[in-house]
Design a protein. Structure first.
Length: 395
């Protein structure tokens, strides 16, 4: 067995498609180095699997591997969890505590969902990446660690940089090596291998033999949207194999387990291994899998359109509320501060808006979050209006 195949089986990185092989090439190339790695891809594409592989193939493999989900830790606690705190640093800090970076010293730290990290914490992260230095919360002393960073996100960090939710200098620091993981819908040719891997691994654990899956069942799996990607496929296969005790997965078996969120199928069979009968009693034979797949794709397209229309309607509703809220704030501000305008000047909504934003920014000393909250708008909207009104923030 080749080194690449051994690596794939060891870490569960399955697939011969070009996108997967490209990701593996990058993994093999960067793992022995000490470079920071950014892994991007949709939820469920295997970002933590690749992070584990990078660590296990590095010179730090015998040292700690600490995994942290930045999106699962409250913003107010994230800095303390990462860098530690001293006793009395805040109300509930009853003793000194080391952070994840200290725990990972000489090893690797994996920051999942790094796009969720607050700007203030990003500043400290950049410092530790560049110098290895940090301070515990509530302490003025400098500590030093030697840690390799692997970060992952399902967000587009370039867009986050553009709207100032993510620091540009940190993005460039992380993006020196980028492993891109494809959505499952973009490498459906790997689905047969993935099914075989997940099923056999579970059967081996439970002491049963996997009898296989029919081509018709594979065709149906390749027709599904897989919004949860490989994780969703893994959960489905493991559920079927467990409950069916490793028996062959045919169309009849598969349709019993497809969750309601995915396209629904009829469950009656004319032939156990080859035919799927719809509830309309129109028989679709196995040699018509192309027709079946087309029908499924049409149904999914309709579902996607409905979902998109719903999101558009919701967005317009939110925008209307935001505009009304801003107008109310502008009117109130005008009544209070109208003496600041020239009595002969024609006061437009745009001028009042700019005046309100400047005054509120001054009040909160350029704190964008507090300013947005006071105005009743999102930070993203505030940044857009600052740019549109050409507001100089140097005051």
């Amino acid at each position: 067995m080749s080194f690449r195949k051994e690596l794939q089986l060891k870490f569960g990185i399955i697939g011969d498609s070009i996108p997967i092989q490209k990701a593996i090439d990058t993994l093999v190339e960067v793992a022995p180095t000490d470079l920071a790695v950014l892994i991007t891809g949709e939820t469920g594409t295997g970002k933590e699997v690749f992070a584990n592989a990078v660590h296990s193939l590095s010179a730090r493999k015998n040292k700690p591997f600490i995994s942290v989900n930045c999106g699962a830790i409250p913003e107010t606690l994230l800095e303390s969890e990462l860098f530690g705190h001293e006793k009395g640093a805040f109300t509930s800090a009853i003793e000194q505590r080391i952070g994840f970076f200290e725990a990972a010293n000489k090893g690797t730290i994996f920051l999942d969902e790094i796009g969720e990290m607050p700007i203030g914490t990003q500043v400290k992260l950049l410092r530790i990446l560049e110098t290895g230095e940090f301070s515990r919360l509530g302490s003025s002393s400098i500590n030093k660690v030697d840690v390799r960073l692997i970060a992952a996100t399902n967000r587009n960090l370039e867009d986050e940089v553009r709207i100032r939710n993510f620091r540009q200098d940190l993005f460039y620091r992380l993006n020196s090596v980028n492993i891109v993981l494809p959505a499952l819908k973009n490498h459906i040719q790997d689905i047969p291998q993935l099914v075989d891997f997940f099923a056999n691994r579970l059967c081996l654990k439970n002491g049963v033999i996997f009898q296989g899956i029919t081509e018709d069942a594979i065709s149906i799996l390749q027709s599904l949207p897989w919004q949860g990607n490989i994780r969703e496929l893994k959960n489905l296969i493991e559920k079927i194999v467990t409950l069916e005790r490793g028996e062959i997965i045919n169309v009849n078996v598969l349709t019993k387990y497809i969750p309601p969120a995915l396209p629904e199928y009829g469950a009656d069979l004319n032939n156990q291994n080859t035919a799927l009968v719809k509830t309309s009693h129109q028989e679709i034979m196995s040699n018509d899998t192309l027709l079946l797949r087309t029908l499924l794709e049409i149904k999914q397209d309709i579902s996607d359109i409905k979902l998109a229309l719903g999101k558009i309607g919701s967005a317009f509703h939110n925008l209307s509320d935001e505009v009304n809220s801003l107008k109310d704030s502008l009117i109130i501000n005008y009544v209070i501060d109208k003496d600041n305008f020239d009595a002969n000047e024609i006061i437009t909504i745009s001028k009042m808006e700019k005046h309100l934003i400047i005054n509120t920014l001054r009040k909160y000393k350029n704190n964008k979050r507090k300013t947005a909250q006071a105005l009743g708008i999102s930070e993203r909207t505030l940044y857009r209006k600052i740019k549109e009104n050409n507001i100089n923030l140097d005051f």
